[in-house]
Design a protein around this ligand. Structure first.
Ligand code: GLU
Length: 486
């Protein structure tokens, strides 16, 4: 009896000693990367300053990577701190040297070479590397056609890595790398004939095609590759696991698709021909009317790029446009609207733009108070297109469906029903081509987005808001003081 309980108590002592050791062991164990981020309350992100990744517009910070990473930070319940690197080599160097966890989010291909110097998340976007040439030149169709051409790519890019691999097979291949340029510069250089070819990812080309009318895809340079976010190789996978879970949710709830569509979907929506055409009109037509858009916008307190986007949708920026239904001019005003807005000559572009600006503001003012921005702007555009009465009908049908009549996303689903008798017979204003305002708003939002990027200034500070239209070039980093330190 006694012996047994002595044995038991010896055992208990041993066990508790082991327990204490385990506990101590547990205490000295390093916190994981994710735990460190959470303990600091800050997610530090390093990115590039470019239209595809991160830039400032007059409303503040924006860009595909920025918007996605901002959602991740919110999801983790931490603050977001952004730092930009001047080029890809610097980005990976800083990632490796950083004290504390940093996430690289910069439209980065998770290439084999990079997997030696960084650990990547699951891919959030699939892209294809593409060889790009100038329209009118002989189209290269295979890697051998790169020989003898002036080729420039981003230094430290996945494309430089691919060309280095090709050079092993084709030692005569010559190409240059530059750390001083961004993707938009490469495309502009091809567009203007300063270089023969470049390599960019399909997402970047889709986004920028609308600025460069002469740029064309020669051929896909290899297989589809995944873009991922990365941490330094010394970090564990805990933050990346949180990223993977976040991305899986974003994929499931459609937010990743919406963001991708918004930033990279122009070519899908405009088509390649539409994208070239837009680029041409942007260079040739918009500069003639930009001043009027800005003046009208200032007078009415709206964004000039929204007015310009409306003008493009209405007339492709043609002041003498006329439709069979009797609407005329750059903003395609009806005679009644023109008269109500004090427009005496609809074919005068300045008058047309002023009238359109006044009208959209008036339409917006008359919308129900419960519709908040930015939806309010989309509703105003829809009312401008289909009429306030029909829009109100659609809102009622939306509500009857148990959806939110103050959300554009919900109402746009219902609007096409105004063209079906079973639905419009129940409404006050009856039949309408309800699908049209949906396209109208979608197109204008697209042009508006494009104009927002294209007017991204390389200038800094207060000049930013007033800068003129231009094709994006080398983006300077945003003013330092606006960025929290890394
Ligand atoms: N995605 C490229 C890279 O990972 C950067 C340039 C581009 O998107 O075309 O190196």
């Amino acid at each position: 009896m006694f012996a047994q309980s002595a044995f038991r108590s010896r055992c208990a002592r041993w066990l508790s000693a082991i327990g204490i050791l385990l506990l101590l062991g547990g205490c000295v164990e390093e916190p994981s990367t994710l735990e460190r981020v959470q303990a600091e309350g800050v997610l530090r992100v390093i990115t590039r300053n470019s239209p595809a990744t991160y830039f400032q517009d007059r409303n503040g910070e924006t860009g595909f990577e920025y918007e996605l990473v901002k959602r991740l930070a919110a999801d983790l319940g931490v603050e977001l701190q952004i730092e930009t690197a001047d080029n890809l080599d610097q980005l990976f160097a800083r990632l490796g040297e950083a004290k504390g966890p940093v996430l690289a989010a910069a439209s980065l291909v998770a290439s084999d070479g990079r997997r030696q110097i960084a650990r990547f998340s699951q891919p959030y976007l699939q892209v294809t590397p593409q060889v790009v040439y100038r329209n009118g030149q002989l189209r290269p169709t295979r890697p051998q056609d790169l020989l003898g051409k002036r080729i420039l790519v981003l230094k430290g890019s996945s494309h430089a890595e691919q060309l280095a691999a090709l050079k092993i097979e084709l030692p005569e291949l010559k190409y240059e790398e530059s750390a001083e340029v961004e993707v938009v510069d490469l495309l502009r250089m091809v567009d203007e004939g300063q270089i023969d070819l470049t390599l960019v990812d399909s997402n970047e080309l889709a986004m920028n095609q609308v600025y460069f009318p002469n740029v064309r895809v020669a051929f896909d340079f290899g297989d589809t590759q995944g873009l991922g976010w990365a941490v330094a190789p010394g970090e564990d996978r805990s933050l990346l696991e949180a990223v993977d879970a976040f991305l899986a949710r974003a994929q499931q709830n459609g937010s990743l698709k919406r963001l991708t569509e918004r930033y990279y979907g122009h070519v899908d929506v405009l088509g390649y021909v539409g994208a070239y055409t837009f680029a041409k009109h942007l260079q040739q037509r918009l500069p003639l009317y930009e001043k009027h858009f800005r003046e009208a916008a200032r007078a009415q307190g709206v964004d000039w790029r929204l007015l310009a986007a409306m003008g493009y949708q209405e007339s492709l920026w043609q002041p003498t446009a006329t439709s069979k239904t009797g609407v005329r001019g750059l903003m395609m005003l009806t005679l009644r609207t023109a008269q109500a807005m004090g427009v005496s000559n609809r074919l005068d572009p300045k008058q047309s733009i002023d009238g359109g600006a006044k009208y959209i503001v008036r339409v917006k003012e008359q919308l129900p108070a419960g519709i908040a921005e930015p939806d309010r702007t989309w509703f105003a555009l829809a009312a401008y297109n289909v009429g306030a009465g029909h829009l109100e009908d659609a809102r009622k049908l939306t509500e009857a469906e148990g959806l939110d009549p103050n959300k554009w996303l919900d109402v746009q689903k219902i609007l096409p029903r105004l063209a079906q008798k079973q639905w419009y017979s129940k409404t006050r204003y009856g039949y309408a081509r309800g699908g049209e305002p949906v396209h109208f708003v979608r197109n204008i939002r697209r042009y508006y987005d494009i104009l927002t990027w294209v007017t991204q200034p390389q200038l800094e500070g207060p000049q930013v808001a007033e800068s003129s239209l231009h094709v994006p070039g080398v983006n300077k980093n945003p003013p330092r003081e606006q960025l929290p330190p890394l």
